[in-house]
Design a protein. Sequence first.
Length: 139
Amino acid sequence: MSDWNAQTIAEFRANAGRVGGVFDGAPLVLLHHRGRKSGREFVSPVMYLPHDTEPDIIYVFATSGGAPTNPDWYFNLAAAGGGSVERGTDAYPVTIRELPGAERDRVYAEQARRYAGFAAYERQTAGVRTIPVLELSRA
């Protein structure tokens, strides 16, 4: 785990889910996933978008900071069919569903409207890959 991730995770846990820096004021979860090859447990801090009406559903975005490949956590969750999250002071298992087509586009557009970095990530990956959007539901 990078020092940056370790510092973000420590700050998240010390402040009931709130962190400063690039995540200041943004909704953040700690995403727990098991390595599909190693079997090791990993924790990844990621921004999320809450569902409009269902408090037990959130959306996460496999941006990998605009890199040309999806992040490992995406492949790990997809292989396992789920994982768990720490959200604020709550921790719970989740199931995943990858959003298809227009549904994915609508949710991603809302995240990009709220956080300009997500629009930049989509421009960076245009013609290379479509950034996956996962719906995480409390199991």
